[in-house]
Write a protein that binds this ligand. Structure first.
Ligand code: 6R9
Length: 668
């Protein structure tokens, strides 16, 4: 295991000198659900004193159970922990039916704004009807409890309907981000043995119509997808798409024919609600498997706690449903909590980079949750063009701001706090992961004093700590590995098809095999114990808040006929957090000049085709070889330095071929 990557060192330095503190106002504290630090401390103390009782009370109060649970946490087979295992419930019932007959039923569940600016509203009652009828249609096709359904959809109401409809009939969905390639889609369909794929003919983004159905066809044609019996197509645009007779159908047609009522299929608490693929440090992406009850409980509770959700709030999380943030804080959390939320189909820069701010004004958004990478690009746009500056929009409806996906640098935090929040709105910097299901370490708006760039303190019941490689606690001020020492309800349950990898990836033997290793480095402040995340400790990059495994990109590169060998590292980037740099050895001689540029472009496009455009290296360097130790190991540490443009000061005497470094430092 290596130490926190040097790629983040500048970030860490600027964080270490951070001493601005922003306590919540007295008014915010008194109006909040978790009101002040004594309230937070009391909840933490309750969890310490009676761990199972703490969670059991919350699960009873926040979820509707068909069959109440008796069992709380079962730790007899670590790390395969179970929660509320003998209880039965349905996730869609908890998000929709639960609100029927209450004042929430006529409230807007979703305010949808399309790429081209059309706005529509859907109440809880209407959403319930839409989900029920589509769920009936899935049942009519033979989709059953426990079947896997892949969803490859744009950001639309129908995307959420598809997820909720699967949950309603007990099918396990696996959403694949619409930017992934045919090959990535095929790998996921295969691994999950999906019986159906739900997609759209096209997606609209930034004024462009992009094919989705054609990519599904291409993916299935790559082979190994014989499990797929049905492809259901949401007709997003009037443009025709290829339809395969006997396999493909239109969402509106199958829905119209189906029964309007669909009784929810009640499932055991541990029934897999979904599998979501994410990048790891080795091999192919892993299918992170989540439970029904524990996951949903945390989605609902973190809406209430972290965002201090009130009945009149308008919540907007800008994440795509293809990522975990779009699962927990678009498809499940807001609905389970009975919130009104905005769903946006498009991109923040279309038709101009003021779109987010204009939408906050238009829909009177009160809680806004986005990623540092979006904030940084919008700062740049606002600096360049006063017409898209947030001061042109009325942002007075906002009361809470959130950040997720990567560390937020203090400069971006301050800009967000001042220019978007008007120095009035707490910024909750939420640290969590696909594997954790929901927030882990985050400020609470009505309790925690904020420090720019720090995710502050764990939520009540989350036993986060910083340890060394053998699992021993480290004192505050010492950087180490972030772990969670006790199970929590929304934790990953397994890696789909690969329990051994699950154990190895997250519950290292050296730490006893029972505590969860997050894969991030962290340090706690000596005075207040606040956590700061210092970045991944494995070969996972974070580009614009998206997780990318270096191995995945390397495998894609070496699959190109020209490439003999490749090594991929991250380099700090002002806009995207990290940028992908690839060092490549070709099977032919090292290309230079225009030829080098042409091959680099070809390789970039190739990676885009193999994985998806988000994985395209920003920079490609060619060498006759890679820097290796005498035993043949690639020296990534050196490559990270070269990628940053640093002079090599480290000892290179163990290198087989030190001269190679000069070659690799050359820009094309
Ligand atoms: C929710 C999500 C998880 C990785 C995680 C860490 C980084 C996420 C962060 C953060 C610092 C934050 N990360 N939130 N780092 N501060 N507030 O992003 O899930 O896509 O699985 O990524 O993202 O490195 O390990 P996922």
């Amino acid at each position: 295991m290596s130490h926190p990557s040097s790629a983040n060192s500048t970030n860490i330095e600027s964080l270490l000198v951070e001493n601005r503190v922003f306590p919540p106002s007295a008014a915010t504290v008194s109006a909040a659900r978790i009101s002040g630090m004594p309230a937070y401390n009391a909840m933490c103390a309750h969890a310490e004193r009676d761990f199972e009782g703490f969670w059991a009370d919350l699960a009873r109060a926040n979820l509707s159970w068909k069959k109440p649970f008796e069992q709380v946490l079962d730790e007899t087979n670590p790390p395969f922990y179970t929660w509320f295992a003998d209880g039965e419930l349905n996730a869609s019932f908890n998000c929709l039916d639960r609100h029927l007959g209450t004042p929430v039923e006529n409230k807007n569940a979703i305010i949808f704004e399309s790429d081209d600016g059309k706005v529509s509203h859907i109440t809880y009652k209407a959403l319930h009807a839409k989900v029920s009828q589509f769920a009936s249609a899935l049942k009519d096709m033979g989709v059953q409890k426990g079947d896997r359904v892949v969803i490859y959809m744009p950001m639309t109401v129908e995307g959420v309907v598809a997820m909720q409809a699967c949950a309603r009939i007990g099918a396990t969905h696996s959403v694949v981000f619409g930017g992934f390639s045919a090959k990535s889609l095929q790998e996921r369909i295969k691994d999950a043995s999906a019986v159906a794929v739900i997609t759209a003919n096209y997606q609209l983004r930034g004024g462009k119509e992009l094919p989705l159905k054609a990519i599904v066809d291409e993916g299935i044609a790559l082979g190994g997808c014989e499990s797929v019996k049905n492809v259901i197509v949401y007709q997003r645009t009037p443009t025709a798409c290829n339809m395969v007779a006997g396999r493909d159908s239109f969402m509106h047609e199958v829905t119209a024919k189906a029964a309007p009522v669909c009784e929810p299929v009640f499932v055991g608490a541990e029934h897999p609600l979904f599998v979501l693929y994410t990048s790891g440090s080795t091999g192919t992406p892993k299918g992170v498997q989540h439970s029904t009850a524990g996951y949903l409980l945390w989605a609902k509770l973190t809406m209430d706690w972290t965002f201090d959700l009130q009945p009149s709030d308008v919540f907007w999380c800008t994440a795509d449903i293809g990522w975990i943030t779009g699962h927990t804080y678009v498809a499940y959390g807001p609905l389970a909590a009975g919130a009104t939320q905005v769903i946006f189909e498009g991109i923040p820069t279309y038709p101009n980079a003021g779109r987010f701010w204009q939408m906050i004004e238009r829909h009177k958004v009160s809680i806004f949750y986005t990623a540092p990478t979006a904030i940084r690009s919008l700062i740049k746009a606002a600096d360049a063009d006063a017409a898209v500056h947030p001061d042109r929009s009325d942002l007075s409806s906002l009361r809470i701001l959130g950040s997720v996906g990567e560390p937020i640098n203090p400069e971006a935090w301050m800009w967000y706090y001042k220019n978007i929040g008007g120095e009035r709105c707490p910024v909750v910097d939420t640290f969590w992961q696909t594997e954790t299901g929901g927030h882990m370490i985050t400020p609470l708006p009505g309790a925690t004093a904020l420090v720019p760039g720090s995710c502050t303190l764990p939520l009540p019941g989350i036993m986060a700590a910083i340890v060394d490689e053998t699992g021993h606690d480290l004192p505050n001020g010492a950087g180490g590995l972030l772990v969670i020492k006790r199970p929590w309800p929304s934790m990953i349950r397994n890696i789909w098809n690969d329990p051994e990898r699950f154990k190895k990836s997250y519950f290292p033997e050296e730490m006893g095999g029972t505590i969860y290793l997050a894969g991030d480095g962290a340090v706690r402040n000596e005075d207040n114990g606040y956590f700061r995340i210092t970045g991944r400790i494995d070969d996972v990059l974070n580009v614009s808040g998206h997780r990318m495994g270096t191995m995945e990109i390397e495998s894609a590169l070496v699959a190109h006929p020209l490439v003999a060998e490749a090594a991929v590292v991250g380099r700090p980037d002002d806009l995207t957090g990290e940028a992908i740099v690839a060092f490549v050895v070709l099977k032919r001689s090292r290309p230079v000049g225009d030829e080098g540029k042409a091959i680099a472009k070809e390789l970039r496009d190739w990676v885009g085709k193999q994985i998806g455009p988000i994985a395209k290296p920003k920079d490609i360097r060619f060498g006759d070889n890679l820097p290796k130790t005498r035993s043949g190991k690639i020296m990534r540490r050196l490559l990270r330095g070269v990628a940053k443009g640093e002079a090599i000061t480290q000892d290179t005497s163990t290198l087989e071929n030190p001269a190679i470094l000069d070659q690799l430092a050359e820009n094309l």
